[in-house]
Write a protein of this length. Structure first.
Length: 254
């Protein structure tokens, strides 16, 4: 028996056992040819602190950016454009004001989405809108990271830390600008990237609903309808168009 097991090391399977033995996963002792489970690798303190820093950085960023977002609530684009249009919509008044200085030139779906926050005081309404933008920004970041093939943040190695750092530096300005405008740009980006992420995972109907919601606010996501039709996903393409049209017409129905 010992000779047979010793000779197996010269066979192809024995070669792999020999390699695994170097890693400590198996033993090549002729009398004890049993597999062993390697002990878990302890988490290094440096890696643990790096994980803490990854989660703390966005929290500190949003806390630090809050005063920039929340200043001058009455003079913000959120109040002057969307809140006023939503207030008109709630009293069944025209949202497209003929005054060129106060004209609402955006799709009605945005005013409808702003309606739940329209009756709060301007500071409270803007603060709640900031919470919505923080959630949308988190969806944008995590969806983009998953689409790029990034691993979980708790399992980042040095290479992915470099990728994350470079991507953050290159995209930070384009990430901050929608927050400075205090409009719907971050929400639209969230529906777009979350829809792409759902499409990548094979959830076609969820992707179509998200992309359709984005198309109701900005027409560009509607380009996914011909793409889905080209992929012979006709039901998803139809759902995308139906959601976009439905959310655009719904304010008139209500």
């Amino acid at each position: 028996m010992g000779r047979a097991r010793a000779s197996s090391l010269s066979a192809p399977n024995g070669y792999w056992i020999h390699l695994l033995a170097k890693e400590g996963a198996v033993t090549t002792n002729p009398t004890i040819a049993t597999a062993t489970i390697p002990s878990p690798t302890p988490v290094r303190p440096a890696r643990r602190w790096a994980s803490y820093a990854l989660y703390a950085t966005p929290i500190l960023f949003f806390l630090g950016f809050a005063p920039v977002f929340l200043h001058d609530p009455v003079g913000s684009q959120w109040h002057l454009v969307y809140v006023l249009a939503a207030q008109h919509m709630l009293v069944v008044a025209p949202i497209h004001d003929p005054d060129p200085n106060q004209a609402y030139a955006y799709p009605p779906a945005m005013a409808m989405f702003a309606a739940p926050l329209a009756n709060f005081s301007p500071p409270v309404s803007l603060a709640l809108w900031y919470v919505v933008n923080v959630v949308a920004a988190s969806i944008v970041f995590t969806s983009a990271w998953r689409l790029a093939g990034g691993p979980p943040f708790s399992a980042l190695d040095r290479r992915w830390l470099v990728v994350l750092g470079v991507a953050t530096i290159l995209g930070l300005r384009y990430f901050v600008t929608p927050l400075e405008n205090r409009q719907f740009d971050m929400v639209i980006a969230a529906t777009l990237l979350a829809g792409c992420c759902a499409l990548w995972r094979g959830s076609d109907y969820r992707a179509a609903a998200l992309l359709g919601a984005g198309a109701a606010m900005k027409l560009t996501p509607l380009l996914f309808a011909p793409y889905l039709a080209w992929r012979r996903k006709y039901a998803s393409a139809a759902l995308l168009v139906a959601v976009a049209i439905g959310l655009s017409v719904l304010p008139e129905v209500l």
